[in-house]
Design a protein around this ligand. Structure first.
Ligand code: ADP
Ligand code: ZN
Length: 216
């Protein structure tokens, strides 16, 4: 099963992808995480990538497509994958279709997570992840059970993304509405687009997605 989770930053794509990963044995492919891993390398290319990301702008389409194509070829993706944060533009969506055709792979569903802009800012500014296992948390919506200790692995260090600030979030939301929202009609025409209400609680959103994956 190959899925795309679409939606603005903070919609809950990463949160849902992690849950689907463990329930269905899928691999989450987060282009954001892949890029953030790349920029820790510190060479010239990675410095350039870092400055683009810190400003809230998008990476060149060709780079993103190559990164995803290479990743899909790795053996762990054979059981299916969840694209989280990709495609971001109509050219990327078209390139993805061509790439999947060549690899003889199909998309089972493209799921749009709808959330209002004001809620997104609140979610993004309050989010953090475990520095060791990557589990996602939120200052208000998903605190750790014990203050300062990861529920999953017990680690006591956490990370906040450099671009999760109110100003950058506004730029990222503008980019989403201008450049990414136009891919919704693209998938609508191809008959693969489904929607869930991302304003609901985390478990409810998972149930809406499962209803799409397993129609009664
Ligand atoms: P995305 O991957 O789409 O950018 P995340 O999965 O990182 O979004 O979610 C952003 C923040 O909002 C995280 O801190 C997460 O814990 C929180 N969150 C995710 N889904 C919900 C939800 N349905 N209700 C409330 N908070 C949520
Ligand atoms: Zn952890």
């Amino acid at each position: 099963m190959n899925l795309i989770l679409l939606g603005p930053p903070g919609a809950g794509k990463g949160t849902q992808a992690k849950r689907l990963e463990s329930r269905y044995g899928l691999v989450q492919l987060s282009t954001g995480d892949m890029l953030r891993a790349l920029v820790t390398k510190g060479d010239t290319l990675s410095q350039e990538a870092k400055s683009i990301m810190d400003s809230g702008k998008l990476m060149p389409d060709a780079l993103m497509v190559r990164m995803i194509s290479d990743r899909i070829d790795e053996p762990d993706c054979a059981g299916g994958f969840i694209l989280d944060g990709f495609p971001r533009t109509v050219p990327q969506a078209q390139a993805l279709d061509d790439m999947l055709d060549l690899k003889k792979l199909k998309l089972h569903a493209v799921i749009e997570m709808k959330v209002e802009d004001d809620a997104l800012v609140e979610r993004i500014v309050g989010r953090f992840t475990c520095a060791k296992c990557g589990e996602g948390y939120h200052d208000r919506f998903k605190r750790t059970a014990v203050d300062g200790v990861c529920d999953v692995c017990g680690h006591t260090e956490f990370k906040r993304r450099a671009d999760d600030t109110e100003t950058t979030v506004r730029t990222r939301l503008e980019n989403y509405h201008k450049q990414t929202a136009p891919i919704l009609p693209y998938y609508e025409q191809h008959g693969t687009l489904r929607q869930v209400n991302g304003m609901a609680a985390i478990e409810e959103v998972t149930q809406q997605i499962e209803a799409i994956l397993h129609p009664a």
